[in-house]
Structures are given as structure tokens and as C-alpha cells.
Design a protein around this ligand. Structure first.
Ligand code: NAP
Length: 267
């Protein structure tokens, strides 16, 4: 019996962290891989490594996910180069603690709240996913096949202080995927929501606080790819953080607020 044909896989947010590790995992599986992010040099470097790991072919697609025209251009290149699209990982993301520093800075007042700055997180994490969905769903619908995995976060369970914009973007993605999964499923397209706990990456390296149950990037990526290939609708990893996060979401509000204020002391 001949082996199954190599899948065509695009990874958005592939220049570092989880996306980079997902691309490496598919390279080891012999897939055709397209890499999308802003840092082209990092993508070129990864493409070289992916080929030596066994990727059937690689395509570098530089672009900013928050700029619709750049996503359209990348998707058109993909349409021309590939006969079909089997998997799309919508994983580009930004945020963490730094974007709310305007409120945390010593002496800062609520008057320093910068809507535009906070909206940047939404435009990358949420609107960026929408731009890619618009670009790829028609093609997958025509194929009546394909699988889209969107990276959310356990931060959607309960928004922590100083991470409001990030948690808001991930809660929006959760609602979007929960709804769209059924709609897309009606024309043969699968969807998976990936909700990581803490994973070592550039994003977490900027967080100056305790990150419980933080996992290696490779372990997380292998788990995510295995779950997507098995057709799981929701992947949360690691389970210890998933449990802690779900329990934390049930803590009554007055107790949560007391804990949150205590946690912020000195900041
Ligand atoms: N690490 C964690 O603990 C954790 C937990 C929960 C969820 N997540 C989510 O996992 C995803 C990957 O994050 P990571 O932890 O691997 O962090 P990371 O190393 O900072 O990776 C983020 C990736 O997103 C890309 N990206 C950011 N803004 C972009 C933009 N405007 N246009 C195109 N690409 C953009 C970055 O590439 P360029 O800078 O080159 O554009 C990079 O490839 C994110 O969605 C994040 O929210 C991470």
C-alpha cells in the first residue's frame, strides 16, 4: 500500500515559540510547510532547518497578520503554489503583561489608558485570525476538506489583572471557534481550539512572575499536532495548568479580588 500523500500545512506565527515548534514537528512528518510571520530572516532560517528535518517543501510568506492586504497577498501565493490546503494553524499572537504597563507604571493614573495600544493586541490575536479565515475558508469549502487550528489560551478562563487586552482577545477567539466549528463542519472543514497553559517562548520570557507548570515548547507542539491530527475539537495542555485554571475560574469574586490585590502589591 502506498503511503498517504504529504499534507500541505501553513503555520502562522512560525518565526518563534509554539508556531516554530509546530512547523518543525510537521517537517519531521514530511509535510509541505508554509511559514507566515513578520520576521522573514527567522522564517528563512526555519525553512532551511525544516528541509533538513524532512519537509517535502517549504514556502516563506512574510507578512503582518493585522494588515488584511498582507494576509491576502500571502494567501494568493499559497493558492498559486499549492494544489490544496490541508491544515492551517492560526497561531500568531502577542501580549502578556507588557501591554498594560501604562497602568502599572509608578505614578501612572488611569488617564494613561491607551485604547489604541490595547486594541493592537486584539487586532493581532483576534482580527489576525479573522483575516486568515477569510482567506482560506472558501478554498477549504471548495475542497470540502481541511482542518484549521486556532491558538487561544487558558487566559480566557478568567482574566487576570494586568492582562485584560490579552484575555479579551483569547476569550473572543474561544467564542468564535466554538461557533464557527459547527458552521465549517457542515461543509467538511474541521476546527480545533488550542488552549495552552504556560509554554516557554518569547512571549513568556517577557513575563516577570511565577508561571506554574510551564512546559517546553517542543512538548507542547508535539501534543498540539497529535491532537489536531486525531481530530480533537479542544486541546488544553498541560492538564495540571488546565485544572488549576478551571478551578481558579470558579473562585468567588470577592475572594478573587482580594487575592488579585494581594498579588499586585508592590507593582
Ligand atoms: N507561551 C505561552 O505560554 C502561551 C500560552 C497561551 C497561549 N499562547 C499563544 O500561543 C501563540 C504563540 O505564542 P508563543 O508563546 O509561541 O510566543 P512567541 O514566541 O512570541 O510567538 C509569537 C508568534 O506570533 C508572530 N506574530 C506576532 N505578531 C504578529 C503579527 N502582527 N503578524 C504576524 N505574525 C505575528 C510572531 O512572529 P513575528 O514577530 O516575526 O511577526 C511569532 O512567530 C500566541 O497566539 C499566544 O498568545 C502562548
Amino acid at each position: 500500500m502506498s503511503p498517504p500523500p504529504a499534507p500541505y500545512v501553513i503555520v502562522c506565527g512560525a518565526s518563534s515559540g509554539i508556531g516554530e515548534a509546530i512547523a518543525r514537528e510537521y517537517a519531521r512528518r514530511g509535510a509541505h510547510i508554509a511559514l507566515f510571520a513578520r520576521r522573514q530572516d527567522r522564517l528563512e532560517e526555519l525553512a532551511g532547518r525544516a528541509r533538513s528535518l524532512g519537509a517535502a517543501s517549504t514556502l516563506v510568506l512574510p507578512g503582518d497578520v493585522s494588515v488584511p492586504g498582507e494576509v491576502v497577498r500571502a494567501a494568493q501565493t499559497l493558492d498559486r503554489a499549492w494544489p490544496r490546503l490541508d491544515r492551517a494553524y492560526l497561531n500568531a499572537g502577542t501580549g502578556g503583561d507588557q501591554e498594560v504597563a501604562c497602568c502599572a507604571a509608578p505614578g501612572a493614573r488611569i488617564g494613561t489608558f491607551a485604547a489604541r495600544e490595547w486594541d493592537d493586541t486584539m487586532r493581532t490575536n483576534y482580527s489576525g485570525a479573522l483575516h486568515w479565515l477569510e482567506a482560506i475558508l472558501p478554498r477549504m469549502r471548495e475542497q470540502r476538506a481541511g482542518h484549521i487550528a486556532v491558538t487561544g489560551s487558558m487566559a480566557a478562563d478568567r482574566a487576570m489583572p494586568q492582562s485584560g487586552p490579552y484575555a479579551a482577545s483569547k476569550a473572543a477567539l474561544r467564542a468564535l471557534v466554538e461557533s464557527l466549528r459547527v458552521d465549517a463542519g457542515r461543509f467538511g472543514v474541521r476546527m480545533t481550539l488550542i488552549e495552552p497553559g504556560y509554554v516557554k517562548s518569547e512571549l513568556t520570557s517577557r513575563m516577570d512572575r511565577w508561571l506554574p507548570f510551564i512546559t517546553s515548547t517542543d512538548d507542547a507542539a508535539v501534543r498540539f499536532v497529535r491532537g489536531v491530527e486525531a481530530g480533537e475539537a479542544l486541546i488544553r495542555y498541560p492538564w495540571q495548568m488546565s485544572l488549576l485554571s478551571r478551578l481558579g475560574a470558579q473562585v468567588p469574586r470577592p475572594i478573587f479580588d482580594l487575592w488579585a490585590k494581594w498579588n499586585l502589591r508592590g507593582r
